[in-house]
Design a protein around this ligand. Sequence first.
Ligand SMILES: Nc1nc2c(ncn2[C@@H]2O[C@H](COP(=O)(O)OP(=O)(O)OP(=O)(O)O)[C@@H](O)[C@H]2O)c(=O)[nH]1
Length: 391
Amino acid sequence: MKLAMIGFGQAGGKIVDRFLEYDERTNSGIVRAAVAVNSAKADLMGLERIPQENRVLIGQARVKGHGVGADNELGAEIAEEDIDEVQNAIDAIPTHEVDAFLVVAGMGGGTGSGGAPVLAKHLKRIYTIPVYGLGVLPGTDEGGIYTLNAARSFQTFVREVDNLLVFDNDSWRQTGESVEGGYEKINEEIVRRFGVLFGAGEVGDGEEVAESVVDSSEIINTLSGGGVSTVGYASEEVELNTGGGLLSRFTGDDAGDDLDAANTTNRITSLVRKAALGRLTLPCEIEGAERALLVLSGPSEYLNRKGIERGRKWLEEETGSMEVRGGDFPREEPEVSAAILLSGVTDVPRIKRLQQVAIEAQDNIEDIQAESEENLEELVEDDEDELEPLF
Ligand SMILES: Nc1nc2c(ncn2[C@@H]2O[C@H](COP(=O)(O)OP(=O)(O)OP(=O)(O)O)[C@@H](O)[C@H]2O)c(=O)[nH]1
C-alpha cells in the first residue's frame, strides 16, 4: 500500500522520518510522500530524511517557532489558521499514486494532538482516498496535561479519520532508559509493525508470489467502517534458502516434503497466536474486534495456504468476527513474521480511562488551563534563552 505520510508535531515527524528509514532499509515502498508539520522550528530542523521543502512551520505569527507548550487548543487553532501552508506542501504530492493518507501524531502534546484532527478533517473534505490516523498515546507518568490532551485529541481524531490506528507508549516504555533512547526503540517497534502491515501488497515485479498475496484493497476494507485499530506482531528467524529449491515447503509427494509442509503450517499457526495474544500496539481484548487482517511475511518457502487459513480461522473464533482476511507477503529476509490488524476494537481499558479523564476534566477546566498557560510561558522563556543563537 502506498501512503502519503504527514507527521504532525515532534513525535509525528520523528516517526515519519523513521518510516522513511525503514523504507530505505527494507525496500518496502510504502512511503510515497512524507511531510512534517510543526510549530517548533528546532523539531523540524532535527529531522533527518523528510525533504526540507516538505517541512512546514506553522503558527509563526503566534508562537514564533517555539512550539505550543502542550496547549492543544492553541495547536488546533494554529493548524486551522495555517492550513493553506500545509496544503501547499500536500499539493506537491502525486495523490493519484497514493492509496491513502496517514496522519501521524503524538496525542499528549499540543501541536500534534491539536493539529492532526484539524488536518484529517481538511484532507477528508478535499480528497477521496482514505485518511487514516496513527495516534501515539502518552505514558501515564508524563503528567495530567498530557493525559488530558490525549483524552481530548483522541475523541476528535477518531471522529475525523477513516480509522485511527493507535500505539500506546505507556505499555511499551521500559524502565531505566533515557526518554530519547526509549523513543528510539519504541519508534522502531512502531515502524516495523505498521511497515509489515502496510507493506503487504507492495510485492515487487518478478518476485515469487505465493498462494494468496494481500493487496491494498484488503487493508482498506479491513480499516473501513472506522473506529480504533491495534496491531499485533510476532516473528521468528529462519534460514534463507540459498541452495536452490531444497526448502520446498509447499507441496510434495514424498514423506519429507509432507513433514516440511506440516512444520510450516504449525509454525504459522503458532506465530499467529503469539501475535494476537502478545503485546498489541494498543493493548485490548481481541474479542469483539469488528474486522481483522492477518499478514504472514517471509521467504515464500516458509509460507503456505494451509497455515494462513488455519491462523485466519483461529482469529475468527477468538475475535468472534465474520470479517477476517488473511494472506501472505513473500519477502526474501531471514525471518517469518505475522502482523495482525484488529480493526474496530471496543474493549480497550486505556481508552475507557481516557474517556473518564475527559469527563472529569470538564469539572476542573480552569486549573488545567492555568497549567497549560504556565507551560507555554515557561517554554517561550526557555526557548528564548536557549534557541536564539540558532535562528
Ligand atoms: N513513540 C514516540 N512518542 C513520542 C516521541 N516524542 C514524543 N512522544 C510522545 O508524544 C507526545 C507529544 O509530544 P510531542 O510530539 O513532542 O508534542 P508536539 O505535538 O510537538 O506538541 P508541543 O511540543 O506541545 O508543541 C509526548 O507526550 C510523548 O508521549 C517519539 O519519538 N516517539
